[in-house]
Design a protein around this ligand. Structure first.
Ligand code: CTP
Ligand code: MG
Length: 227
């Protein structure tokens, strides 16, 4: 299975002056934890890291130090995650039929989750890891009044990996570019094309490190694992 890792963000909400994936978690850059999970996932045999050119020297150093057994390709990202994934798709080898996409910032995803997604992707054309939401979610209008309370049993919080048949996802990206769709995950492109996307049970600890508070929580979770 081919794996693309979007890692070309700026980490604005983290408030750091460089890409948040270079920040350290228990002594290793965030992206290294993501790469270790990918390296340990037996189903993954090719890794593409999508990044900003500015970060390539740091990424190359990480890859060299890790001595990964899997081939790694660096791809130049775009201004949005959607454009970064688009660039990643163009860089896949011709032979790639299916692809997993996993945010570099979700550095706590386990190799078991990668394998579970790879396995499920053999029998469907699109999937995402997700978990049931615990909070009651409110739909709110501009004036901060509640408009609706959706039934919680239908609500799942989207995570990555998200996995797709390559040709299908490329077609959806082309259509999205032509029609100006702006989406924050890849599943949304399939949804807009009225294509089915399967849910794979994700992991509660598979958080997206977004704010300084998330860094502290991620460190706590990792510490539990290494005891
Ligand atoms: N990403 C990307 N290209 C972009 C923007 C984001 O590849 N132009 C990647 C990030 O590196 C991250 C993932 O998409 O691994 C999810 O994005 P997010 O958590 O929003 O990261 P940032 O965009 O870096 O953070 P922020 O939105 O706070 O600036
Ligand atoms: Mg972002």
């Amino acid at each position: 299975m081919h794996l693309l890792i979007p890692a070309a963000g700026m980490g604005r909400r983290m408030g750091s002056d460089r890409n948040k994936l270079l920040l350290k978690l228990l002594g290793k850059p965030l992206l290294v934890w993501t790469l270790l999970a990918a390296e340990n996932a037996t189903s993954i045999d090719w890794i593409g890291i999508i990044g900003q050119k500015l970060d390539f020297p740091d990424f190359k150093e990480m890859i060299a130090n890790l001595k990964l057994t899997k081939p790694v390709t660096l791809v130049i990202g775009g201004d949005t995650r959607q454009e970064s994934v688009y660039n990643g798709l163009q860089a896949l080898p011709e032979s790639a039929e299916r692809v997993l996409i996993h945010d570099g910032a979700r550095c706590l995803a386990t190799s078991e989750l990668f394998n579970r997604c790879s396995e499920t992707l053999l029998s469907c054309r699109g999937l995402i890891a997700a978990i049931p939401v615990k909070d009651t979610i409110k739909i709110v209008d501009r004036d901060l009044f509640i408009k609706d309370t959706p039934n919680r049993s239908h609500l799942w919080a989207a995570q990555t990996p998200q996995g797709f048949e390559v040709k299908l996802l490329k077609d959806c990206h082309y259509k999205g570019r032509k029609l100006g769709w702006k989406v924050t995950d890849d599943a949304a492109l399939l949804e807009k094309c009225q294509l089915p996307v399967k849910i794979v049970e994700g992991e509660e600890t598979n958080l997206k490190v977004t704010t300084p508070g998330d860094l502290a929580i991620a460190e706590f979770i990792l510490r539990q694992r290494t005891i």
